[in-house]
Ligand binder design. Structure first.
Ligand code: TEU
Length: 528
């Protein structure tokens, strides 16, 4: 096998900057000047504003590096009116003053690189903010030079061009009174869809990629990439029950767009990459986004496993689909939690399962993506009515990271933009670091094992026979062998393991001797 690329053997750690760490704006490289100008009503600049920022990420790089991950992915920190918390971009080539400055970004990436951490940034090409100068101009008149940069359609105010619905509710079309046309938005009305059929849009968006590639980023997480290249005139009405952003048929020219993006990204030295958010619930359809000739996405998310309950049969089926459909197309990825879905600790209902799930995730063949806070076993915050802020109801998983047991939990303010996750007094990074039986230490151990095991990093994958409710598989590479066993049930099960295997790690720290405990997972290695 050829030497794997860094993004095949890496473990990527997703940081949602708003919720990672705030800092006093006075400590930013511009002393908070841009912040004060843009947010005149905000608190005094010596206080943190309870919103995490890039300087906060920089200050927590020790934590990230101590985990043993290889790369970070930063959710959007670009200029934005924040209707969708940064996924509505009003300037693709600048940092929002809320998060700091370009100089803060440069310092962050330099220090991450010094520690051997690659940096992936989010890129949101399907839509911009309605406050982006492109849309402001596009909206200004039907004759605007940028009118065709977005998707405008004729119609009457009471009859939208088709029945498409927006991801967060309501129609996917908004009527513009002034110019008497509809514009398309798969998400909020504040997130008009760019018209990728227009070559000027493609060129302008490619320039935004160049901007960040030139600044040294190692890659991009490409937001709703499957929605690029759709043609509303060609696509049928949705059927009731379909999810507008997830049930799009293969867009007519989306794949060609991706091939050109791939060419651009690959033209840079240093193995830059794109991981696409293909939010389709069919794994074979996800596979197509790697390209028929491995010439589209380097990696693609595949969400069906994230939506699988804690159930051996369902997990096995979803893993098999990856083996059948993704493996021939490209290198798989695995993810259990992100900023759009309840955390798996919350979905699966116990820390024991969250620990076993960590072994599962890091034992599979493919690139794992961790979501900041899962190494602390964080649950979703309970967000009371009145404090909800997200139009998509995703506040719970975006709660701020508690760093220590003090009243502010390592933040500048004790009341950040969202409430803390449960039990921050005890479930925080400092407390878990001090307890070597904690889930944090389990993650560190697993990542350390993965780092030194060719079998886990890039080895083959073969199922092993198991009792019902248990999954086990063998990973092999370069003479290195590991077995992963996961018990999805609350009963113990005997598993046949011959004496040549020894226990490397167990999810709960309890010993394993041929009998796997309730919700337990283990990694075994061949005896030296
Ligand atoms: O999410 C894409 C997407 O399909 C979402 O609608 C997703 O289904 C939903 O959040 C699940 O509850 C991406 C980003 O990850 C998300 O944060 C953005 O809101 C969205 O795109 C629009 O940019």
């Amino acid at each position: 096998m050829p030497e794997p690329a860094w993004w095949q053997t890496a473990v990527v750690y997703q940081i949602y900057p708003r919720s990672f760490q705030d800092t006093p704006t006075s400590t930013w490289l511009d002393g908070g000047k841009a912040y004060r100008e843009n947010y005149p009503l905000a608190l005094a600049d010596t206080d943190g504003d309870g919103v995490g920022d890039l300087e906060g990420v920089r200050r927590r790089l020790d934590h990230v590096a101590s985990l043993g991950v290889d790369a970070i992915w930063l959710s959007p920190f670009y200029r934005s009116p924040m209707a969708d918390f940064g996924y509505d971009v009003s300037d693709y080539c600048d940092v929002d003053p809320l998060f700091g400055t370009l100089a803060d970004f440069d310092r962050l990436i330099a220090e991450a690189h010094q520690r051997g951490l690659r940096v992936i940034v989010d890129w949101v090409p399907n839509h911009s903010s309605d406050q982006h100068p492109w849309f402001v101009e596009s909206r200004s008149s039907r004759d605007s030079a940028k009118r065709d940069w977005y998707v405008w359609r004729d119609g009457s105010p009471d009859e939208p061009p088709n029945n498409w619905l927006a991801a967060f509710g309501g129609r996917a079309w908004t009527w513009d009174e002034a110019t008497a046309q509809w514009y398309l938005h798969l998400f909020l009305p504040e997130q008009p869809d760019l018209n990728w059929a227009n070559p000027e849009v493609e060129a302008a968006m490619q320039d935004t990629l160049r901007f960040w590639l030139d600044r040294g980023v190692d890659g991009f997480r490409v937001d709703v990439v499957h929605a690029l290249g759709k043609d509303p005139d060609d696509l049928p009405d949705w059927k009731p029950g379909e999810n507008p952003s997830r049930d799009l048929p293969d867009p007519p020219y989306g794949h060609a767009i991706l091939r050109r993006l791939r060419t651009l990204v690959d033209s840079y030295p240093g193995d830059r990459m794109m991981v696409g958010e293909v939010y389709l619930m069919s794994t074979p359809r996800v596979a197509r986004y790697y390209g028929e000739h491995h010439d589209e996405l380097h990696l693609s998310f595949n969400f069906p496993p994230l939506y699988a309950p804690w159930d051996a049969v369902k997990w096995q089926r979803r893993i098999e689909r990856v083996v059948e459909a993704i493996e021939p197309a490209g290198w798989p990825t695995w993810v259990l939690s992100n900023h759009d879905n309840p955390r798996h600790r919350t979905r699966y209902g116990s820390e024991a399962r969250a620990r076993a799930a960590a072994v599962l995730l890091l034992g599979l063949r493919g690139t794992p993506f961790l979501y900041a806070g899962e190494e602390l076993g964080l649950e979703d915050a309970v967000v009371p009515k009145g404090r909800e802020v997200d139009p998509g109801g995703r506040d719970g998983c975006r709660a701020p990271i508690p760093w220590d047991g003090s009243p502010t939990h390592g933040w500048v303010t004790a009341s950040p933009w969202l409430p803390w996750p449960p039990d921050p007094g005890t479930r925080n990074a400092e407390a878990l670091a001090a307890d070597d039986r904690s889930i944090l230490h389990l993650y560190r151990r697993l990542l350390a094992i993965r780092r030194t095991s060719p079998a886990l990093r890039h080895g083959s994958f073969d199922w092993l026979p198991t009792p019902d409710g248990v999954l086990a598989w063998l990973r092999r590479a370069d003479g290195d062998r590991r077995v992963v066993i996961v018990n999805f049930t609350t009963d113990p099960h005997d598993v046949a393991v011959d004496g040549s295997w020894s226990t490397e790690v167990t999810s709960d720290g309890a010993p394993f001797a041929g009998r796997i405990g309730p919700d337990q997972a283990v990694i075994l290695r061949t005896r030296d």
